[in-house]
Design a protein around this ligand. Sequence first.
Ligand code: NAD
Length: 368
Amino acid sequence: MTTPTLLILPGDGIGPEVMAEVRRVITWFGDKRGLKFDVSEDLVGGAAYDVHGTPLTDATMAKAQEADAVLLGAVGGPKYDTLDFSVKPERGLLRLRKEMDLYANLRPAQCFDALADFSSLKRDVVAGLDIMIIRELTSGIYFGEPRGIFMEGNERVGINTQRYTTSEIERVARSAFELAKKRNNKVCSMEKANVMESGVLWREVVTKVHAEEFPEVELSHMYADAGAMQLCRWPKQFDVIVTDNLFGDLLSDAAAMLTGSLGMLPSASLGAPGANGLPKALYEPVHGSAPDIAGQGKANPIACILSFAMALRYSFDQGAEADRLEAAIEKVLADGARTADLIGEEGIAPISTTEMGDVVLAALDASL
Ligand code: NAD
């Protein structure tokens, strides 16, 4: 077998700091578990703009298309706020998502027991929570035409169009069913079929894909507004939720906050399988470049490390090793390791980004 390739794009702000800890974890898996990766690193966002005058060069884009998986830190920062829209750091990330056609955005909401008191909900509602929201990422109302602000008579009118084709719904539904098979075998599809034709089609197509290709997976449907209520009332009823771009944007952010800190949240964006049979894949923490703490050794590297765990599971078929890494993180948190963002009222001393990396590596050693 050829060595799998991993392109690392640390980006801006705390991106390089948290990615440095991920690189130590990647090295650990190579040394101790024989899981070798052909790792290369490149620039994205403001870091790329500073050197090349563009947030993503064509050469880096080509490398991302070739790589078995891409791992990104974060982009952006105040230094770049006044740049023209076309060269803003975020354009680099958007170009990656668009050209790799990453249509399924996976946002886990997982609550580590040790952090259950961080949630705004009661401990028993969130402790042990482990759900996955799949948001359709490349279509829907954020892309539909016509869009714009027009004149209608003597009044201005703002227009966006919700539009989904059958094939766009089919492919994200398949991603959800495939994923559920690796988890607890349940999918809940959310739309607003009661008031939107795009929702009626969404429900029909998901039902058909289920009946024809995945009858062994349990499928339910829910209106997205009811889904929002259920996520707050009893989130543990869900396993995989699949929904469109707009509802997914809202529901995944709400679900994420059930679990506490931004510094804990990984994500994956997957596309169609390439010639190597693997889906195109970009893994990144949900958080941004956190300019307020950049360069101070305060950033929590766990979201980025958990993003690598997702890469192990979804790109490299190493579910048991992903479990090992997640268990190591569970252990360090249970043992009381806390970066500054994870400290509430307790008044305990925070550890640094590198120290969090140290204890995760020690917990990995202890897992052998
Ligand atoms: P942010 O996620 O960078 O920070 C929000 C708050 O959370 C800050 O107080 C920050 O210190 C804290 N935080 C975030 N990640 C943390 C971590 N790992 N450890 C500890 N604390 C953490 O969001 P923002 O402040 O709105 O945006 C800052 C910059 O990042 C902007 O330029 C924005 O455009 C960009 N951004 C990029 C992405 C991305 O690269 N995917 C996502 C969101 C924002």
